[in-house]
Design a protein around this ligand. Sequence first.
Ligand code: ADP
Ligand code: MG
Length: 230
Amino acid sequence: MDFSISCSNLSKEFNGDGIKTLALNNINAEFKKGEFVSIVGTSGSGKSTLLSLLGTLDAPSKGNILFKGKDIKTLRENQLADFRFENIGFIFQQFHLLPTLTALENVMAPLFSRKVSYNKKQKAEDVLKKVGLKDKLNSLPSQLSGGQQQRVAIARAIIHEPHWLLADEPTGNLDTETGEMIFDLLFSLNKEKGCGVIFVTHDPVLAKKAGRIIEMKDGCILSDKLGTLV
Ligand code: ADP
Ligand code: MG
């Protein structure tokens, strides 16, 4: 199966208080299976909007997004939720962990009310081990450092083995060294699991380490270059 994502003539307009903002302006891009792509650009250039459209959290005003050649516009709301569950893992700057749940429970949360072919608790333990948190299964988010909380969020994103990991400034709240460790973790997941990674960052050093760097400006793609992939 080809798990590529293809965007054609993608635009997104927001309409608030009578003010129109063209957040994305005719984006054309293809993301190939297993790619590691970073997205850079000044604040307000449309990075988060693009990521939320790719992740089917929001719909474009114009244009199409194809996954494996299928237009996701054709999916109904419940089909879209299933599609997202099967294909996409999200990681955000603010971690978005549930404060009253332990690390293990947070990681299991996406599986709630889902039928899966594996043991949920065992799988959650496995992915927490993978991100280096086997000693923190029963810790609450408040008992974890920022870097550890982001690792829990990554474990939660990968528990159902998505084809794509979409990360919106995942290192934005972390110091440089911790940010690099999080980047390296995403990098090794990309290598080991073959999941594609689309990584929004303000950090030019991290951005250059990706296989491909897309720079955005005013809702457009300004450049699309190869990175070093180290
Ligand atoms: P970035 O992530 O690159 O900082 P965003 O994608 O968040 O940029 O935003 C792009 C533009 O769209 C900005 O001008 C922002 O103010 C606007 N925008 C984003 N989300 C909304 C929204 N929900 N309602 C209105 N305007 C929005
Ligand atoms: Mg943003």
